[in-house]
Ligand binder design. Sequence first.
Ligand SMILES: NC(=O)c1ccc[n+]([C@@H]2O[C@H](COP(=O)([O-])OP(=O)(O)OC[C@H]3O[C@@H](n4cnc5c(N)ncnc54)[C@H](OP(=O)(O)O)[C@@H]3O)[C@@H](O)[C@H]2O)c1
Length: 423
Amino acid sequence: MGLAWNGTSSPNPGQEREAAGHCHWACGRISGGMDGLRKPPLTKPTQSVNRFSSAEWIEKKETIRQNCSMTPGNSETEGSKPAMLGGHQLFLSPPTMWLYLVALVGLWKLLRLFRERQVVSHLQDKYVFITGCDSGFGNLLARQLDRRGMRVLAACLTEEGAEQLRSKTSDRLETVILDVTKTESIVSATQWVKERVGNTGLWGLVNNAGISIPSGPSEWLNKQDFARVLDVNLLGTIEVTLSMLPLVRKARGRVVNVSSIVGRVSLGGGGYCISKYGVEAFSDSLRRELSHFGVKVAIIEPGFFMTTMSDSAMLSSNVKMLWDQTSSEIRELYGEKYLASYLTRLKGFDDWHSKDLSVVTDCMEHALTSCHPRTRYSAGWDAKLFYLPLSYMPTFLVDALVSWTSPKPVLLPKTSPLPSSQD
Ligand SMILES: NC(=O)c1ccc[n+]([C@@H]2O[C@H](COP(=O)([O-])OP(=O)(O)OC[C@H]3O[C@@H](n4cnc5c(N)ncnc54)[C@H](OP(=O)(O)O)[C@@H]3O)[C@@H](O)[C@H]2O)c1
């Protein structure tokens, strides 16, 4: 073990605490310089050693002060002298330090695992309302929670979607038609939920409904294109939450908002990333406000998964449509080559989008069933290992990386000198 105590007990503790203990620790930590400081005597000290006159004491303090200051002389001794604690030397060699660190992280992970594995009781009596259950994550989550025995209230955009879902689940699962962009649809779905949950309240609200198009370079879009995406992904989430909140509060339940890893690092133009940044902000403020009522708010941040909204054929036809609609000036600036390389990139997505949607729905299920849900769930290896670390990097690095991997317009403007004041 790299931890060693130099000396047994202090023969003159008062003096040592005053003259050495405090400063040894600070000196050792700051500059590593211990010159001028007396090592604890190993033999029994004489009376004269125990007492200083005022002049001696002032001199001593001055020596300590000088040793504590960062001088080039002191820095030479850095690393060669051990830190001191209360007059005792404290050795922590780098390998030992790492060992302690790894052990601490391991212990913390174990404790967290144990804490998070505790499941809430009476799941079969708890109601969960999920939006966007026609396909993708919402559809899978509805089936998963139904299998788990929870009471699922699944909202679908279309009657076909609702019918298909009912055909694959137990009789306990019920469906309702909901368009999150329409206030009257939200009001009537809330009334429908209220009738079912009664006095028990709504345990879980999952805001999952979302769209990804129109999406493309921002310059190719107009305000309505942005508004369409924001209307579903952000304002829909907000309005459904506000409407259902009294029911969730009654159950002291959970709100689970589906954001995305692009709610942390913006990777494309259009309303999608903006909407997910908005979902993150909304969820953060909601969580802080609702904690007073015992309601928990969790955010799901998936990486890229293969669903209807990420289907490359659908995304490509949307980009082609935007290209056709944009002005001839923009088309000339970007060039056909840009469009071609944009479409090739979209096609490539299919290969590396994860097909295992349960990675995401498991996070959602955990947020709804664990006694101690997390605040944020990064779902998928791409999210955990690439996008999340990327989101913590300096902006210039993220800019360089994104620009390096993006298609380039053909007519990049030449930098023209600014007109001088004499012109
Ligand atoms: N797939 C990914 O890589 C990914 C990554 C990060 C986050 N997400 C998020 O995950 C959530 C679910 O998306 P998904 O990947 O599962 O895609 P999805 O299969 O397209 O699911 C989206 C669902 O929302 C429904 N919907 C669309 N507009 C709606 C509206 N106005 N009102 C109510 N429902 C509406 C869709 O219904 P229809 O099928 O009838 O259109 C569909 O059921 C979204 O919030 C999305 O942003 C997805």
